[in-house]
Design a protein around this ligand. Sequence first.
Ligand SMILES: Nc1nc2c(ncn2[C@@H]2O[C@H](COP(=O)(O)OP(=O)(O)OP(=O)(O)O)[C@@H](O)[C@H]2O)c(=O)[nH]1
Ligand SMILES: [Mg+2]
Length: 350
Amino acid sequence: MAKLSIIVPTYNEAENLGKLAEAIFASLARSSFELIIVDDNSPDGTGELADDMASRHGNVRVVHRTGKLGLGTAILEGLAAASGDIVGVIDADMQHPPELLKPMLEKAAGGADIVIASRYVEGGSVEGWSFVRKMISKGALWLSHLFLPQTRKVGDTMSGYFLFRKSVVEGAPLNVKDFKLLIEILAKGKYESVVELPYTFRTRKSGKSKLGSPQMLSYVKQLFRLSDYRILKFMAVGVSGILVNNGILWLLVSMGILPFLAAIFSIEASILSNFALNNFWTFGDRKVGNFLFRLVKYHGSVIVGAIVNYVAFVLLAAAGLNLIIANTVGILLGFVWNYLLSEIFVWRGA
Ligand SMILES: Nc1nc2c(ncn2[C@@H]2O[C@H](COP(=O)(O)OP(=O)(O)OP(=O)(O)O)[C@@H](O)[C@H]2O)c(=O)[nH]1
Ligand SMILES: [Mg+2]
């Protein structure tokens, strides 16, 4: 069987590490594996405890770092030290059941490129989380699916407990100043099959959690970066559309064309320019379906907003408002309409 390198990042886990190691040894008794503990100079003596374990077991190694440099880079240092063909990551605090390692390793040995211990597939769950923490986790999961289509088939993209073939990440530039390595691997790795095994994420029994709002911010930054800043591009295109719409309206009216005719052309021009920019820039990496069909679909998705824009413009202009102001109000109303339609019609909840 292929060799497994298990990376355990630790910061102040002295109360947990012994138990964890014992459980891992029990679960993998008949497999070839090494345990790599990456400790960030924990004040509670986790590092010394790890050294002691390494002196008693030939397959335990310790990477000492100078201070609390973060979970993401700790795992990467463990990865650099790993000699196995399959690499695993597990938390030290017993929230990840070590007995699942055996079935996970079997899946990997059976050909899966990535094996994820998952809270969000049939049979998985979380224990003792507040409503707010559940919502944050679900929201974060939803964001990863929204931004990174490669992750959409994965139920628990935020898992910190997973195995992968080392070949999956060979040549992939893993940039984990941010902290969710699995998402980085799903976005940049080379893999075909991903398997998820359910587990229950237990409450922490000893030690303290190290998570807070800086991690959430760095997660959002990670998604922005991995999605090639798509949402920001989309917003920039929206702003450019306002300029195109108003610019062409102004041009046509100053050439003597009647405003209610000019607005039709200016609105259509902004739809076309938004489409072109989104097609070749925002979504330039996605060539799905035929160009003309995409153009038709885009019109379908913005047509009602465009009509709202037009009607508002005609009414406000007829009431004597400055044409550019009338049109800008129309554009914003069209946007609000599109949003409301999505909220209460397209994605209406139960
Ligand atoms: N080396 C290293 N390990 C870290 C660092 N931060 C966290 N860890 C370890 O990473 C694992 C996960 O951290 P936790 O604080 O348990 O995060 P969590 O499980 O999402 O949060 P809780 O549910 O509150 O436990 C644990 O094994 C920690 O000891 C760090 O800066 N450096
Ligand atoms: Mg934890």
